[in-house]
Ligand binder design. Sequence first.
Ligand code: SAH
Ligand code: SF4
Ligand code: F3S
Length: 469
Amino acid sequence: MTRTAVHVAEEEARRQEEFIREIRELPQRPQTYHVVTYGCQMNAHDSEKIAGMLEEMGLREAPQREEADFVLFNTCCVRENAERRALGNVTWLKEVRKTHPNLMIAVCGCMIQEPGMAEKVLKQYKFIDLAFGTANLHQFPELMYTALNSDRSVVQVAQDDVIAEGLPMRRLRQDAAYLTIMYGCDNFCSFCIVPYVRGRERSRQPEDILQEAEALRDSGVKEIMLLGQNVNSYGKGLEHPMSFAELLKRLDEMGIPRIRFMTSHPKDLSDELIETMAGSPHILPQFHLPVQSGNDEILKRMNRHYTREQYLDRVRKLRQAVPGIGLSTDIIVGFPGETEAQFEDTMSLVREVKYDGAFTFIYSPRVGTRAASMADQVPEEVSSRRIQQLIALQDEIQKETLQRFVGQEEQVLVEGLSRRSQEAVSGKGRHAVSITLPGSMADIGQIVPCRIIGIKNNTLVAERIERNG
Ligand code: SAH
Ligand code: SF4
Ligand code: F3S
C-alpha cells in the first residue's frame, strides 16, 4: 500500500502565523509556560515544536510548572503506567488552580489520540482548557487562540495523516538535535498502540530532511538523531522513493560530525543499510534493535515478522561489518501466554547477544490492540519475577560487555557536569555508552577525545587525551 502524506500547505502555515501574531497582541494572554513531556523522543521533539510556537506567541518558559500561567502535558500511552502518571499529574494541577485562577491547563500527545479520549476529556476532565492530538500539532496556534477566547474546553483530534513542515522550534540542546524523517507506523505489532495514536507511516520528502540537516550543521550542531518509529522502512510511498540507507549516505556526506537514528525494526534491516553504516564515518557505530522476545512462537503472536534466528543473523552481520558496534534493545516480558520455557528463550537470547543496554518492560494490555484480547494474560507476580531476573542478567552482561572499551580511545559529546563530582563531566561516546571524564562547564557541547581507563557503576570512566593537530 502506498499513501502520500498530506503536506500542510504554505497557506495553512501563514494562517497559523496569523494566530501567533494575534495571541502575542492579546492583553489577557498567559505570560509564562511550562511543558511536561512523557514518552519517547517523538514526544520530546514535538514538545520542542510546541515550545517554539509558545515563544513566538510571546510567552517565556517558567522553570516550575506551579509558577506557569500555561501548563501543557504532552502525554504517552504506550503502557498503562505512562497513562496513569500523566492523568494523575494533570488532575493534581487542578489543585494549583485554586491559588492561581488564571492557570490554563492543556493536554496533547498520544493519549489524547486514543479512541474515546476526546469525549472523556469533555465529560470527566472538564477543567482541561485545551486538548489536541498528535495530528493537530500544526494547528496549535489556532486552537490556543480559540481556547483563550472560550470558557469551555477546546478539544480537537484529527485522524489526518498530516506532515507539517516549517514549524518554529525551541531546541532543548544546541549541540545535538532531533530530526524527524518519518511519522506513524504500519507494523501493528499486536501489543502496541502506537499505530493507532500516531497514524499511518508517512515519510518526509528527502529535500525537506536534507535542508533541515544543512541548517542544523550550519548552526554548529554536532550530533543529529534521526527519528521515526521504524526508520528502516523510510521512503515508502514517496513519489521518488529513496531508501533509508541512501538517505544516510547523503547525510553522511554533509559533514555533520555525528549521526544516529531511532528506531529500527529487525525485519526491515537491510544488507544495504549495514554496508552503508560500515562505509560512513559520520554514522555512529551503534544500533538500537528491539527484539521484544527470544521465542519464535511469541514473536509470531507479537506479529513481528522475524524469527529468533533471523534476528541473530542481523546481529552477526552488523557485528561483522561494524566491529565493536554498540547494541541495545527493547524486551517485553509477560506477553499473553508466555510460558516459563518461552521466557527462558528470551534469557538465552540476551546471554547470546550480549547487549550494551536493554530497555525491559512488563507487558501492558492496551485497549484496541490484538494482544489485549488474547487468552492467558500472565499474572502480575509472574511478570514481576521475570523482569527482575532479566534485569539482573542484563546488569551482569553489561559489566562484561563494557570491558571491551577499557584501554580504547573514544570521543565524548559532553552533555553536562557529572552528578557525582564538580570536576567531572559526562556524555555519550560514539557507541552510545555513557562516559565520565575530568572536565568543567566549558566542555559542555564539545566533543572531547579521551581514553577509557575503567568502569564504575556500569558507566565508563575516562582520562582526557590531547587532540592530534
Ligand atoms: N517503534 C519502536 C518502539 C516504540 S514503543 C520500535 O518498534 O522499536 C517502545 C517500546 O515499548 C517497544 O519496543 C516495546 O518494547 C515497548 N512496548 C510497546 N507496547 C508495549 C506494551 N503494550 N506493553 C509493554 N511494552 C510495550
Ligand atoms: Fe509499535 Fe511495532 Fe510500530 Fe514499533 S514497530 S511502533 S512496536 S507497532
Ligand atoms: Fe509513547 Fe507516543 Fe512515543 S505512545 S512511546 S509518546 S509514540
